[in-house]
Design a protein around this ligand. Structure first.
Ligand code: N01
Length: 543
């Protein structure tokens, strides 16, 4: 058999995580290959090119902190940058650090098998390449497998079908077109106002109204940029130890919403609504733990919806009532509710009558037919586990990750899974990941993994994997932490509830980014507490 190419590490994915991994691993002398299914870098920001796509974490915070010159030199043109600008930033980083020479594009990793004799992963790709690596690092992102609902007749539609998470590279022209859009999560809420500004007519099919607050995006000012750039060291340090990995424009009040008077609550909510962004959700310290406290903010937001939307029947339909504020991902919008005041926009409630079928000319629901030139699916993702479980990953004894995670993901710290030595998941389930500023969490995981690999090399350790008990305890801790909050009350993708048949459990860790980082650091400092380290037999024999 021909000798297989061998590297220290194979990284899957060339988004924010994969690029930083490549940069850091290379810097520390680890031979590294990256495989990326797209034809360029960017990950999420490569695929999600839908109209209106932009980040809902401020760009001064949603950016790499690892290189001082980079963060000083790069200029963001808006407070919340649009997808093209974020993609341009990622491409700039790739060029600046000469990363693409070690990335194989247009290539998916299809399988990884752990060879217990050699303590190496054998990795297969869909371009026929097979290679060996000591470490397999999944930088595959949390929302990278689009969820296309299985609706009868979908292949019969004669017009154009789009999914927000897999949008064409060229501009889609909706001018004067009849467009239907299914889904009102973050992607729908961002794209609906933009599509409505072009389309002849837009019909929105809503199964559940989502909570959304104004982004208040503005062009970047010199003053704001300077404030951040002059204080980056301190601000980034605070972000790393904060609960969400980002800093709020209006600080949270360390007080129960129920201790405040009506007037005080009104002022607190009004101030944060005016400031825009996620800050409203952090007005008081119990909005995500007490139904009663949450309802004070929820009813206040319903009041804003009623004030913005002219037709009160539509306002009612747009007002969430079945789950607490913020327990599905809070959306940030620009003119979302105002869009429903346009004559060319209709809202169709499909909460009790699902879409029956897609027809050659449109779709049918609740006994009504609709005719469209284009249908947009803003129906989300098989999040957090979908991409990982579509790759055939086999650990010890031939056990697959799919078998191990059949009742839901099982990880230690969201980083590793017992039985799968030397396999790392960047921002994996069980880590703060999607419940944080992803850039803060990505940098923390990438640095943790790189430092771990350095430690293993220095101590002649060939394998690392979690101990079963540490993993079991962590899985319990993740669930117990979520159960102390209102999050499990929503049928969210955090819970796996958007994918038929997916196990229901809360996937991200919401114990806080700072607290999580401190745990990771403490375990590492204690000689990788909770992990089992396998000594390199050759090194031991040589001693
Ligand atoms: O997906 P979603 P998304 N029939 O799952 C509906 C991140 N993100 O792409 O709520 C009819 O939130 C579904 O209805 P329901 C962010 O983390 C970030 O919008 O399940 N409807 C829902 O309305 C976000 O949370 C940014 O009842 C169906 C919608 O489709 C995550 O990505 C921007 C259906 C899906 O909403 C995912 O957001 C965009 C069906 N069969 C996204 N199936 C920024 O940072 C699903 N739906 C800016």
């Amino acid at each position: 058999m021909a000798k297989l190419n061998t590297v220290d590490a194979v990284v899957v994915g060339a988004g924010f995580s994969g690029l930083y991994l490549l940069y850091l691993l290379r810097k520390h002398g680890f031979t590294t290959r990256v495989f990326e299914r797209g034809d360029d870098v960017g990950g999420t920001w490569y695929w999600n090119r839908y109209p209106g796509a932009r980040c809902d974490v401020e760009s001064m915070q949603y950016s790499y902190s690892f290189d001082e010159e980079l963060q000083q030199e790069w200029h963001w043109s808006e407070k919340y940058s649009s997808q093209p600008e974020i993609l341009a930033y990622i491409q700039h980083v790739s060029e600046r650090f000469d990363l693409s020479k070690d990335i194989t594009f247009d290539t998916s990793v299809t399988a990884g098998r752990f060879d217990e004799t050699a303590n190496r992963w054998t990795i297969e790709t869909d371009n026929g390449e097979t290679l060996r690596a000591q470490f397999l690092i999944m930088a595959t992102g949390c929302i990278s497998t689009a969820n296309m609902p299985n609706i009868v007749g979908i292949d019969d539609f004669k017009g154009n079908i789009y999914h927000t998470g897999n949008w064409p590279h060229e501009k889609v022209d909706f001018t004067d077109k009849r467009v239907g859009i299914i889904g009102t999560g973050s992607s729908g809420i961002q794209s609906i106002p933009v599509i409505a500004s072009e389309a002849g007519h837009l019909t929105v099919f809503q199964r559940t109204p989502h909570w959304t607050v104004p982004a208040r995006n503005v062009p970047m000012t010199d003053e704001y940029e300077t404030l951040w750039k002059e204080n980056y060291a301190e601000k980034r340090a605070n972000m790393r130890l904060s609960p969400s990995g980002s800093l709020r424009s209006v600080p949270p009040l360390d007080l129960s919403a129920l201790e405040a008077s009506d007037e005080e609550r009104e002022e607190a909510y009004r101030e944060r609504w005016a400031a825009g962004g996620m800050t409203l959700l952090k007005s008081y310290n119990d909005l995500l733990t007490s139904d009663e406290a949450n309802e004070t903010a929820a009813s206040w937001v319903r009041g804003r919806i009623a004030a913005k939307v002219n037709n009160q029947k539509t306002a009612e339909l747009l007002s969430p009532k079945t789950y607490p504020l913020g327990t599905k991902r809070l959306c940030l919008d620009t003119n979302y509710y105002e869009t429903y005041n346009q004559d060319n926009v209709d809202l169709i409630d499909i909460s009790s009558a699902p879409i029956d079928r897609i027809t050659p000319t449109g779709l049918e629901t609740g006994g009504h037919s609709f005719t469209f030139d284009s249908i947009v699916f803003a129906t989300g993702f098989d999040a957090m586990t979908g991409t990982l479980l579509r790759i055939n990953i086999e650990g010890r004894g031939g056990m697959t990750l799919k078998e191990k995670w059949h009742a839901g993901p099982r990880t230690y710290l969201g980083l590793m899974s017992e039985g799968f030595p030397n396999l790392f998941t960047i921002t994996g389930p069980g880590s703060p990941s999607v419940k944080s500023n992803m850039l803060t969490s990505i940098e923390q995981h990438v640095e943790f993994v790189t430092n771990t690999l350095i430690y293993l090399r220095e101590h002649a350790v060939s394998t690392i994997e979690p101990e079963r008990k540490a993993e079991d305890d962590w899985v319990d801790h993740v669930q117990e932490t979520a159960n102390q909050t209102l999050f499990p009350k929503a049928n969210s993708w955090y819970m796996g509830a958007n994918i038929p048949g997916k196990p229901r459990l809360f996937m991200p860790y919401i114990g806080g980014v700072g607290a999580y980082r401190q745990k990771c650091d403490a375990f590492a400092a204690a000689g990788y507490e909770g992990f089992r380290l396998g000594l390199d037999s050759k090194a031991v024999a040589a001693e």
